[in-house]
Design a binder for this molecule. Structure first.
Ligand SMILES: *Cc1c(COP(=O)(O)O)cnc(C)c1O
Length: 436
């Protein structure tokens, strides 16, 4: 598979390999990389997913995107190590199910993409190790921890994480500041969008070219594409149970990488009838789909902080999957925004009705799922639960009046000491990078 830049307007577009797309992160013209074609999977395979193991499915889904650059045995091993924990589909009743993506080491769904990318980068480094690669990543909360954990100790890779001061939870901050080794945390006075803008600026700064910077945000194809696994595994489970109803997926969305992977999975042939991108009050996309006017507002802090994004990078990839045709997109995709108050009500409702403890992001997903079943009665709704409630301990305990036990993964980080460097602007980032 070759990748092209979404900013490339030439008739004969320049293409790069998977390795180059991953190592560069963003194309030199600032565009996101996008696969040159969308592979489709065999119908027989897609209709009989339960006959295959989870690892076999993931391997078949991702291998067309790697195009032989990683030999089969190595890629199978990467996939197996990536999916080394459960991704259960939990049924709340006959209409609502939740796909729990939080059973990985940092208890948010970003573990899958981060582990996959770290292992791919590790593979290429082992083959031809030349210079240190610096992974520069902005986090709204969970990416930082997942990337720190996934990349810890990978030879030839330095990881630099930018996070917005005061806008991530205590556990999230610990997960990205306590590991040490090849991981450095930079605390930024500003919002996630400021962090993301600084990362993008660094990639384009000629004075940094010799540093081999890459990104581990969902703009990176190696982070973004493995998220397709979730949807295949959910549909596999539904097939196994003999589900015959149409299925709507509601995805709590911030940078729109996860839902974009879902749309990609459906373009590869996976049977999914509709997508809801549920957002918090950072509602650029819901407004855009109503008005066709793309007008990001300043980012607002919310209780679902990993989705505090007002200029979501990946939406352009979703548009591309529909050839830039909004009417086509609207047939299978809509986006709705919810306030913190509504989110807390949804958490309470899930707890009162099903004794299910959701984190604020999952609760936003549930609100999207409720909307889906209003619009499409008779369908089945799957909402993605993207983080373990314990990651948002204070909020969940206060809203539901419960006490949560700390899982082992979290107990460990609570003991670590936070280390970070404070920066205020791009200048601070640049000084840090050039001095490192
Ligand atoms: C990152 C994140 C999201 C948003 O995912 P995107 O791919 O950025 O849309 C939702 N929930 C949690 C818990 C996250 O960490």
């Amino acid at each position: 598979m070759k990748y092209l830049s979404l900013n490339d307007t030439h008739k004969n577009k320049k293409t790069v390999s998977f390795r180059e797309a991953m190592v560069k992160g963003l194309a030199p013209d600032r565009g996101l990389y996008f696969p040159q074609e969308i592979p489709t999977l065999d119908k027989e395979f897609l209709e009989n997913l339960p006959e295959y193991t989870e690892h076999e499915i993931a391997y078949r889904v991702i291998s067309p995107f790697i195009g032989g650059e990683i030999p089969e045995a190595d890629l199978r091993k990467i996939v197996a190590e990536t999916l080394s924990f459960e991704i259960p589909l939990v049924h709340l009743d006959r209409d609502y199910s939740t796909l729990e993506l939080f059973h990985g080491p940092t208890m948010a769904f970003k573990d899958v993409g981060a582990r996959f990318m770290a292992r791919c980068l590790g593979y290429f480094n082992r083959q031809a190790f030349t210079k240190t690669i610096r992974v520069l990543v902005a986090t709204s909360g969970d990416t930082g921890g997942a990337v720190a954990n996934g990349f810890l100790g990978v030879p030839g890779v330095e990881v630099i994480i930018l996070y917005p001061e005061g806008k991530v939870s205590d556990i999230q901050e610990r997960q990205l500041t306590t590991l040490g080794q090849n991981i450095t945390a930079l605390k930024v006075k500003g919002s996630f969008d400021d962090c993301q803008a600084m990362v993008k600026q660094a990639f384009l700064d000629e004075e940094m070219e010799h540093l081999n910077l890459t990104s581990a945000n969902s703009i990176n194809v190696a982070r973004w594409l493995p998220q397709m696994f979730y949807y295949f595994l959910a549909v596999r489970q539904l097939q196994k149970e003999g589900n015959t109803r149409k299925v709507v997926f509601s995805v709590p969305s911030g940078n729109f990488g996860n839902i974009c992977a879902g749309v990609m999975a459906s373009k590869m042939g996976l049977e999914m009838s509709y997508f809801i991108a549920a957002t918090n009050v950072n509602d650029t996309i819901p407004r855009y789909l109503d008005s066709e006017n793309y007008a990001p507002n300043p980012t607002l802090p919310t209780i679902s902080n990993a989705m505090d994004v007002s200029d979501p990078s990946n939406f352009i990839r979703i548009e591309k999957l529909f050839h830039g045709e909004l009417p086509q997109l609207r047939r299978v995709f809509s986006s709705h925004s919810y306030t913190d108050e509504e989110t807390r009500e949804a958490m309470k409702d899930l707890y009162a009705t099903y004794r299910y403890i959701a984190d604020p992001h999952g609760a936003v997903g549930y609100l999207g799922a409720r909307k889906a079943l209003e619009d499409f009665p008779g369908h089945r709704a799957v909402f993605l639960e993207t983080a373990h409630p314990v990651k948002f301990l204070k909020e969940v305990e206060a809203t539901l009046n419960v006490t949560l036990d700390l899982p082992l993964q979290i107990q460990e980080v609570m003991e670590g000491e936070k280390h970070f460097i404070s920066i205020e602007s791009y200048k601070g980032l640049k000084e840090f990078l050039l001095g490192s």
